[in-house]
Design a protein around this ligand. Structure first.
Ligand code: OGA
Ligand code: NI
Length: 367
């Protein structure tokens, strides 16, 4: 028995299995539809990841949602605005995450986007396999962005789309998303600009600074689908990682699973109807010289029949050759720069040739 196990171990070819899965173009949704009751071995994460999925029994978990929720109504009034700026500043410094309500994005649009992404993923494989790609096309469908760079795969599929500077031709966009995407793109660009202004205000830098640096233009959307997983204790929905870009706007359906790391503990980001989740990306942590934190987060594998759907928009700069580093006005003898300058293209190349993981990239640019 023991020798047999060793033999299996030796004969197992991770890359071959992963490649077969990728070539099938079915995604994890296709595996679920085939009726499997155990997950393929390349989805099983190592023990240190799996043991970290269990809640710490000694931790007293508060019932309420500890991640701040900020109300963006009336931000045009100067008094409300300065309160909101303070709340956002505190949230970015302490949690790196917050939720927003009364953000002006119509609730029916949120619902339509979730429904459209869900409908895309729930088509038969034959209908979506023509989108399956990792080549960097404007619209692409794949399972696991880091499939060929990670030690274990995760239980989710993704529809990725360029939103900025311009949307792709609508003929290239899956039909069920065409109508909603035009409105969504406008709303998210507007909201992104508002948030960038408020967050710059919080740092004491010119509110238009991030827009000038082209951070509104490089918008990329990912529409994730986390289907039911038959062995949710053996894998995850998305491994612990931090986001690229300056900030991320995330719409999640009402099926939970998103967690953030705070003081060494994992906290749930509980879905709030009509809310959007915002988080600080690596580049903002660097540019703010760590006044804002890009925090590790993950999604648990979905144990419910109801699939979990989420839509994230990342704000990257289109000026990729320019140098990015801490804002000079935040640097002083008392607060020296924590990071060196680098080109965004260097950051992106490193991001896409590694496993989704914790803080390795920001640490790489540390002085
Ligand atoms: C991401 C991410 C979280 C989610 O796409 O970077 O963290 O809820 N997604 O899907
Ligand atoms: Ni993320």
């Amino acid at each position: 028995m023991a020798t047999e196990m060793v033999k299996t171990e030796e004969n197992y070819d991770h890359l071959k299995e992963v490649k077969r899965f990728d070539d099938s173009k079915t995604g994890v949704k296709g595996l679920v539809d085939s009726g499997l009751s155990t997950i393929p071995r390349f989805f099983i994460h190592p023990p240190h990841v799996l043991s970290g999925l269990k809640p710490n029994p000694t931790a007293i978990r508060p019932q309420s949602n500890p991640i701040p929720t900020v109300d963006l109504s009336n931000i045009d009034s100067p008094t409300t605005q300065s309160t909101v700026v303070d709340q956002l500043k505190r949230a970015c410094g302490e949690f790196g995450f917050f939720q927003i309500v009364n953000h002006g994005v119509p609730v029916d649009l949120l619902d339509r986007m979730i429904a459209a992404v869900k409908d895309f993923h729930e088509q038969p494989t034959e209908a979506k396999e023509s989108f399956y790609s990792r080549s960097g096309k404007a619209v692409q469908f794949f399972s696991n962005v880091d499939l060929f760079h990670s030690k274990a795969a995760s239980w989710r599929d993704t529809l990725q789309m360029r939103l900025g500077p311009e949307l792709p031709n609508l003929e290239e966009v899956p039909e069920m998303i065409r109508r909603a995407i035009v409105e969504w793109n406008q709303e998210i660009k507007r909201l992104g600009e508002v948030l960038m202004e408020l967050l710059c205000e919080g740092l004491g830098v010119n509110p238009g600074r991030l827009k000038e640096m082209t951070f509104l233009d490089g918008r990329v959307m990912v529409g994730h689908y986390y289907p039911y997983c038959p062995q949710p204790d053996l894998t995850v929905g998305i491994t612990s990682h931090t986001d690229p870009g300056v900030l991320t706007v995330l719409l999640q359906s009402q099926v939970g699973g998103l967690q953030i790391k705070h003081d060494g503990e994992w906290l749930d980001v509980k879905p709030i109807p009509g809310a959007l989740v915002i988080n600080v990306g690596d580049i903002f942590q660097i540019m703010s010289n760590e006044e804002y934190k890009s925090v590790e987060h993950r999604v648990l594998a979905n144990s419910l029949d109801e699939p979990r759907v989420s839509i994230a928009v990342f704000f990257n700069p289109t000026a990729r050759e320019n140098l990015y580093g801490p804002f000079p006005e935040l640097i002083s003898p008392e607060k020296p720069a924590i990071y060196r300058q680098f080109q965004y293209i260097d950051y992106l190349t490193r991001f896409f040739t590694k496993e989704l993981d914790g803080k390795s990239l920001t640490n790489f640019y540390k002085l």
